[in-house]
Unconditional design. Structure first.
Ligand SMILES: [Zn+2]
Length: 203
């Protein structure tokens, strides 16, 4: 990266499933010596890459390598492309139309999605999994946008699907409310049925 980066020191993208670039195999770009010594390491601000300053023990010259976890998306067509936050933003923007969601919110959402996706440790995910990963952060951001996105993404095909999604949102609201209020209902009678923890929510 940057104008000063010598030839050979560049973003290292590993095709296929390898998670990390084989930094140890980077030859000196000046004399092609097969070994190098790390003199400095710096993690990028977003934590997604590490720049290493290396010195060649043979010619003594220095060069930079950038190590980044490979992350690609397999599209439905079978083609792969690098993960892109911009595509995440574009994918949810329509669902957020008319909602109080700013461009900053969208950028943060895309960042969150990338973190979640990277935390799986996979080098390759299919587009559908990425879409599922969007649902959680989008629900936290705006529930209406979430319902719109989920209805398209998970191909809601009946009112029941919407109802189920809304019921689960409501259940979560109730749960977060009961965190702050004392539970008003009667204590469950252990002789009356299974323990409270296994009682299914009312439909
Ligand atoms: Zn060298």
């Amino acid at each position: 990266m940057g104008a000063r980066a010598p030839q050979g020191a560049r973003w290292h993208r590993v095709r296929g499933r390898s998670l990390w670039s084989e930094a140890a195999l980077v030859h000196c770009p000046f004399c092609r010596h097969a070994d190098s010594r790390v003199v400095d390491s710096r993690t990028s601000d977003d934590g997604s890459s590490i720049r290493r300053r290396r010195q060649c023990p043979q010619c003594g010259r220095r060069f930079t390598t950038v190590e980044t976890a490979s992350l690609s998306v397999v599209k439905r067509s079978g083609a792969t492309e690098p993960f892109s936050r911009e595509k995440i933003v574009n994918g949810v923007r329509k669902a957020c139309q008319g909602r109080p969601v700013s461009e900053d919110d969208l950028a943060l959402l895309a960042q969150r999605v990338e973190e979640l996706v990277r935390s799986t440790g996979s080098a390759e995910l299919d587009a559908y999994e990425i879409g599922l990963t969007i649902l959680g952060p989008l629900r936290e951001l705006d529930e209406v946008a979430y319902l719109r996105f989920a209805s398209v993404y998970q191909a809601f095909d009946s009112l029941d699907d919407f109802e189920a999604a809304i019921t689960s949102l409501r259940a979560e609201h109730e749960a977060s409310r009961s965190d702050t209020e004392p539970h008003a209902g009667p204590d469950p009678d252990p002789s009356a049925g299974p323990p409270a923890s296994t009682v299914a929510p009312a439909r």
